[in-house]
Ligand binder design. Sequence first.
Ligand code: NAD
Length: 290
Amino acid sequence: MARIGFIGLGNMGAPMARNLAKAGHEVHGFDLSEAAMAAAEAGGVRRAASGAEAARGAEFILTMLPAGRHVRDAWLGAGELAAASGDAIRIDCSTIDVATAREVAQGARMLDAPVSGGTMGAENATLTFMVGGAEADFAAARPILEAMGKTVVHCGGPGAGQAAKLCNNMLLAISMIGTCEAFALAEKLGLSHEALFEVSSKSSGQCWSLTTYCPVPGPVPGSPANRGYKPGFATALMLKDLGLSQEAARSSGAETPLGAAALSLYERFAGEGGAERDFSGIIEMLRGRS
Ligand code: NAD
């Protein structure tokens, strides 16, 4: 069993750290928020007085922070986290831009390991990890990641995990909007939800947004459409990921016109009150009654 430092015990970090403790690891956690510390402590995480204290003596140090600037501050700022970390393997699970992921990894044994699966996946240890970094560090960290998730994929060198996350979520936003448009058009044409689902789920329109996360109530009983679009995956979080993918497209020179259109549609939905609703709720805006 390993000694682990865990910094950032928010909605995702607290349950992830609790799952590491549950698996028998010695987890020392730190968060700026007292409520976050208490939530982690209730699940067997030991309280540290600072990030540096959580890191000292650890074999693995995880960060789960809001955005790139927090991750840069944590690893390259004045908080002594890097100095306290020695030769430990650093694992950043936050969703951040590829450039910052590469910058903080320089000269360190560091993996970028963003996740998908949301807070339910964090609670149930069923997250998917997309990992960038050296093969040997990935192999060493794999059992730690497997205590928090059910799918762990090595995507390539530093930044590759973030790249995979941004590309996947851009595709997800585009496919969700496409699925919503198809249902909105079907409604205008007098075609039932069930009929469209029956056909498209078995033909060339098939996609995850339709068959697992259907944006209309009925065909997929567990989808957020069946509970008034309570998230799930909040539009505000999708907007963050779409912003990161457009930034990556600009800096790399990739053409992503549908990604840009998805960002602008989700910005509109958020501006019309959808920010805290599930991202599949954009169907209501596309129907013209948000
Ligand atoms: P959150 O805001 O609930 O948690 C972030 C925590 O970091 C907060 O508790 C905050 O106090 C703490 N923090 C900030 N700066 C700190 C510092 N210097 N030292 C110690 N603690 C610090 O956010 P979250 O929902 O847990 O998301 C974390 C990351 O995971 C984000 O990058 C997000 O994009 C990504 N993510 C979230 C979800 C989701 O469904 N919530 C899904 C996938 C990925």
